[in-house]
Design a protein around this ligand. Structure first.
Ligand code: TPP
Ligand code: MG
Length: 308
């Protein structure tokens, strides 16, 4: 959408007003309870922007939240939402996405729930390529329970519960996902609204499991990597000469460094991978039908009578 001065940009302004109205339709009256400066505010706004730009309304979406500061967003957006158990949201989201392929299903979780409690669910969701946009809020700590070390906390950092410093090297979530033969892995930063919006829009248009790691500032419990620490290290893949996001080896190499530079953008994408539903023999010829409608057609009254 561009501004055409010949018609006083009328069409452009009309389009913009529509997007703004769509954005506002996700607002509700719930109070924000996140700390001042928390990256969650930016992530939520970027999601709302991405939905609006993609023309997705409330009825098109299901947002599935894990437990944590990230999960406390579940009542702060006027969408249909589900707030699951800690570490288990990916499996709930995958079930919903498979049952109703007309919905865009978004799963939201923290580094604690994803890389520790629920890492098994992450592994098999990537392998199966379920049709879910997964947003990992990597604030490098267990935020809601007041700053314990998670699997992504940097070695040596003193956290609540490990006051002498973390003794183990951190996990690198994007690199981990890239080791699972994924179809989409991207990394973005909670302080960069434009970049987050762009990445979420691309991810919403991916038909398989879109893994998006958001490097998130946590001004209360992660004093070691404040906003400036990230800005000084962001390295956008568009600026890497010869970068090819269809090259898995290149993506793994780019994702590896978490100290001197942080590769940002679509690290890897394979749009040709057949979707989970396409791979199911039993769904052949049923491409336009969805499971939630089909279950309504079963008449089990005869079966119930037999049981009496
Ligand atoms: C199975 C289970 N383990 C632990 C907890 C306690 N708990 C609730 S929130 C939380 C921290 C969440 O950290 P993270 O997933 O990184 O999300 P954040 O708060 O940082 O957004 C923990 C440990 C729980 N509710 N359930
Ligand atoms: Mg966390």
């Amino acid at each position: 959408m561009t501004c055409d001065p010949k018609n006083n940009c009328t069409e452009y302004l009309k389009g913009l007003a529509e997007k703004r109205a769509q954005y506002a339709s996700f607002d509700n009256e719930e109070k924000i309870t996140w700390c001042s400066g928390c990256g969650n505010m930016g992530i939520q706004n970027a999601l709302k922007r991405a939905f609006s730009f993609e023309g997705l309304g409330v009825k098109d979406l299901l947002l599935c939240y894990d437990i944590g500061c990230n999960g406390n967003g579940s009542d702060k957006m006027g969408t249909y939402s589900l707030h699951g158990l800690h570490g288990r949201i990916i499996s709930a989201a995958a079930g919903a996405a498979v049952a109703n392929t007309n919905l865009k299903v978004i799963a939201i979780a923290g580094d604690g729930g994803t890389m520790s409690e629920g890492i098994n669910h992450l592994v098999h969701a990537v392998r199966n390529d379920y049709p879910v946009l997964f947003v990992l809020h990597n604030n490098q700590n267990y935020g809601l329970t007041t700053g314990q070390a998670s699997a992504t906390t940097r070695k040596g950092y003193a956290m609540n519960g490990s006051p002498d410093g973390v003794t183990t090297e951190p996990m690198n979530p994007s690199e981990f996902a890239l080791g699972l033969e994924p179809s989409f892995v991207a990394r973005t930063f909670s302080g960069d609204m434009k970049h987050m919006t762009k990445i979420f829009r691309e991810a919403l248009n991916h038909k398989g499991f879109a893994f998006v790691e958001v490097m998130q500032v946590c001004p209360t419990y992660n004093k070691a990597t404040p906003s400036k620490w990230f800005w000084d290290r962001l390295k956008f893949v568009e600026d890497i000469e010869g970068y090819n996001s269809a090259d898995l080896e290149m993506a793994r190499e780019a994702a590896h460094d978490m100290n001197d530079s942080l590769a940002m953008g679509i690290l890897y994408r394979d749009p040709t991978m057949p979707s989970f539903m396409e791979r199911l023999k039993s769904r052949e010829g049923l491409e336009t039908s969805i499971l939630v409608d089909e279950v309504k057609h079963y008449d089990v009254s005869g079966f119930l009578e037999e049981l009496q």
